[in-house]
Design a protein around this ligand. Structure first.
Ligand code: PGA
Length: 257
């Protein structure tokens, strides 16, 4: 049975002290059921300490990084290599988030290179894909996200594809101005993503790829979204930036398992 992946990226928030306070709050609630796999993606400056703090607390919470270069080393000022990510103890590598695509030049091609690099180093790519409001209005959401997903996975062997996580995050749903996808909207895209994976790699591989939904997930809509077909987890921003709030979300979901 697939685990539910419920995680958060803190984006560019939290000093080290704030990060460790958050971990202490998460840990206070005690262990979570095995079917729930939490994950936290702090800024680089806190990844190693957060990873250790969560391990010490015995929380079985994965950690990740918000970006990674695809080369092992080189003259790439300001970048972090897969080897350096491994040094932190984090296992997830987020890539393709719409904020990185919009503000930092992330493209389908860099996501593809990063996914392959992460896998070759034993790291798990968490590949974010999403349609813009304009694409939604044009009625090409499905085409957009399938194109992004296929581009990210191009050249991988089926066994490798089984090792990635996909997060559908409609751009129009993310952040303060975002409107969460309705269950119908999320359902339609998740079904299409699953079928696209099954068509390319077979149902057995498609069944192993967790498909997360992200974009204005909160305490009110989390359970409904999680109950949809082919929604294997949630990728949460603001609603999980306070330790108490994330812990409460995890406990609410745990109570339904
Ligand atoms: P949000 O962010 O939950 O604050 O909308 C989601 C995301 O960017 O992953």
């Amino acid at each position: 049975m697939k685990k539910y992946l419920i995680g958060t990226s803190w984006k560019m928030n939290k000093t080290l002290g704030e990060a460790l306070d958050y971990c202490a709050i998460l840990a206070k609630g005690g262990p979570l059921p095995d079917r729930l796999q939490p994950f936290v993606i702090p800024p680089f400056t806190a990844v190693r300490e957060v990873t250790r703090a969560l391990q010490r607390a015995g929380l079985n919470c994965l950690t990740g990084v918000q970006n990674m270069h695809f080369a092992d080393r080189g003259a790439f000022t300001g970048e972090i290599s897969p080897l350096m990510v491994k040094d932190t103890g984090a296992t997830l590598v987020e890539m393709g988030h719409s904020e990185r695509r919009e503000f930092f030049g992330e493209t389908n091609e860099t996501v593809r290179l990063k996914a392959a690099a992460a896998l070759s180093h034993g790291l798990t790519p968490l590949i974010c894909i999403g349609d813009s409001l304009q694409e939604k209005c044009w009625g090409v959401s499905k085409e957009t996200v399938i194109r992004q997903m296929k581009a990210a996975l191009a050249g991988l062997r089926p066994e490798q594809v089984a090792g990635v996580i996909i997060a559908y995050e409609p751009i129009w749903a993310i952040g303060e101005q975002g409107v969460p996808a309705t269950p119908e909207e999320a359902q339609a895209i998740h079904r299409q993503l699953y079928h696209a994976l099954a068509e390319s790699y077979g149902a057995e591989i498609a069944d192993r790829v967790p498909l997360l939904y992200g974009g204005s997930v909160n305490h009110d809509n989390a359970l409904t979204l999680l109950a949809l077909d082919h929604v294997d987890g949630l990728f949460v921003g603001r609603a999980a930036w306070e330790g108490e709030s994330y812990r409460r979300l995890l406990d609410t979901i745990a109570a339904t398992l």
